[in-house]
Ligand binder design. Structure first.
Ligand SMILES: O=C(O)[C@H](O)[C@@H](O)[C@H](O)[C@H](O)COP(=O)(O)O
Length: 266
C-alpha cells in the first residue's frame, strides 16, 4: 500500500506509508514547509524533538534537504533523559548523530538540558516534592526564550515532533501518572519513568497543546494495538489522546505496519 491520506478524527491529518523512507520524505516535506512559514512570519522556527525512533526517521531525508534556513532554527527537546549529553541514552546525542552532525544548525541554537546540575541536587527516590535542578534550569531556559515583554502563560512552539510508546505514552508523560494533570509548569521532572532511564524532564501537556503544529510519528507492528486504541477507542485517557492542540494542527505519520488495524478510507 502506498501513501494514504485520511483523516480519522475531526482534526488530525493522518498519513500512512508502505515503507519508512516514504514517511521520512513526507515528514521532511512538512518540517521544511513549516520552517519556511515560521521564518517568514517570525524570523525563526522553534521545534521540539523527541527521542526513540523519531530522530532517525526525521533525519533520514531532512539532512539532505537544500535551501533550509538552518540558522533560523531554535531546537528544543520534548523530553530528555537526565544523563550526560554524551551518554548513549541522551536524546540530544541521538538527534546529534541523526541530524545535527549533518546540517549547519548553530550549536547555540540547540537548547539542551544541563545534566551537570543533577549532581548538585541529589534527588531522593520517592520524594514526590522533588524539584530537580535540571528541570528548573530547563524551564528557565524556555521562559527566557519564549517569555516576551507581556507575560505569557505557555510557550507556543512552531512544531513539536512526538513519538508514542506501546502504552500510549508520549514525551515522558505516562498513563495514569500525576504529571498528566500538570497545568502550570512548562517543564516537569519525572523520577519514576516506566521506560528507562527513570529520571527525565518532559514538556507538559499544556505546552504541547499550545503548539502551532504537533506531529506524531509511529512505525512498526508493535504500535498497531495502541494506535487502534487511540483512534478507535476514544476517551481511553491515554497520554497521546490528551494531545489536542488548542489552536494548532495535529498530524500523524505512520507506516502501514503500525496503521494495519486502523480502518483506512478507500
Ligand atoms: O525519550 C523518550 O523515550 C522518547 O521521547 C519517548 O517518548 C519516545 O518518543 C517513545 O517512547 C516512542 O519511542 P519509539 O519511537 O522508539 O517507539
Amino acid at each position: 500500500m502506498g501513501l494514504k491520506l485520511f483523516s480519522r478524527m475531526a482534526h488530525p491529518t493522518v498519513k500512512s506509508f508502505a515503507i519508512s523512507n516514504e514517511l521520512s520524505v513526507s515528514l521532511a516535506d512538512l518540517v521544511v514547509e513549516l520552517s519556511k512559514e515560521s521564518i517568514k512570519s517570525r524570523d525563526r522556527f522553534t521545534i521540539g524533538l523527541s527521542g526513540g525512533s523519531l530522530p532517525k526517521l526525521l533525519g533520514a531525508d531532512l539532512k539532505n534537504r537544500k535551501g533550509v534556513e538552518w540558522d533560523k532554527w531554535e531546537v528544543f527537546f520534548c523530553d530528555e533523559r537526565i544523563v550526560p549529553l554524551d551518554h548513549e541514552d541522551s536524546n540530544y546525542l541521538v538527534c546529534k548523530k541523526e541530524l545535527f552532525d549533518h546540517v549547519p544548525i548553530l550549536p547555540e541554537k540547540i537548547h539542551t538540558i544541563k545534566p551537570e546540575l543533577a549532581s548538585e541536587n541529589e534527588v531522593k527516590e520517592g520524594d514526590e516534592e522533588t524539584i530537580d535542578a535540571v528541570t528548573e534550569n530547563y524551564e528557565q531556559q524556555l521562559i527566557d526564550f519564549f517569555a516576551c515583554a507581556k507575560s505569557i502563560k505557555f510557550p507556543v512552539f512552531d512544531l513539536l515532533l512526538l513519538g508514542i510508546g506501546p502504552d500510549g505514552h508520549t514525551c515522558s508523560l505516562f498513563p495514569g501518572h500525576p504529571l498528566l494533570d500538570e497545568n502550570i509548569l512548562w517543564v516537569a521532572y519525572i523520577g519514576d519513568s516506566p521506560k528507562p532511564p527513570p529520571r527525565r524532564v518532559t514538556l507538559t501537556l499544556p505546552v504541547i497543546n499550545h503548539a502551532r503544529n504537533v506531529a506524531f510519528v509511529a512505525t512498526g507492528s508493535g504500535k498497531q494495538d495502541i494506535l487502534y486504541q487511540i483512534f478507535e477507542v476514544p476517551d481511553s485517557n491515554l497520554p497521546a489522546q490528551l494531545v489536542k492542540p488548542e489552536n494548532g494542527k495535529l498530524y500523524w505519520f505512520l507506516d502501514d505496519a503500525a496503521s494495519s488495524k486502523l480502518t483506512l478510507p478507500k
